[in-house]
Write a new protein. Sequence first.
Length: 201
Amino acid sequence: MTTLGYRVQPTDEVRFDGRLLSGEKKEYILLNKPKGFITTTDDEKGRKTVMDLVANATRARIVPVGRLDRPTTGLLLLTNDGDLLKRLTHPSFGVRKIYHVALDRKLDYKDFLQIEEGLELEDGFIKVDEISYVEGKPKNELGIKIHSGRNRIVRRIFEHLGYNVEKLDRVVFAGLTKKDLPRGHWRRLTQQEVINLKNLS
């Protein structure tokens, strides 16, 4: 190519170091992660990763948006859209997440209020957007709405107050829900869902 600023056409063949390059189609895969899988693209210890669950979803090089630790279940988005990935994981963007939490015992009302007001953890102050007891369930089950992306933040809030988290399930992520998506299954986002994600502010 000798012309500066030439725009590559869809019919052109582009090679780099002899390798044919292709403009990869953007993929958006929503997974309902089961327990026991780690959120990484590969694991040197040979443990099961979320990539095993979406292996037949696409040939594109998708990566998880953020993390869910091994015992945590629920919604995980995977994509090869670098711009969206950056926006959804950047702290200033503040993506809303809702978790269903089950504790080893009933959450005392004083602790409920303390979580609501915010508390000081070893890496700084944290305030949830909303906390509520789950209607019709024992008082050890709660819903938490939060936008912090800090590592293991929901577990650490309760551990700080002396509770053990027995189950942690992410039921909403950036407006996406688990509706009609069984545990361990994945689906592609609809065009409208992709538009909604890109318009989040």
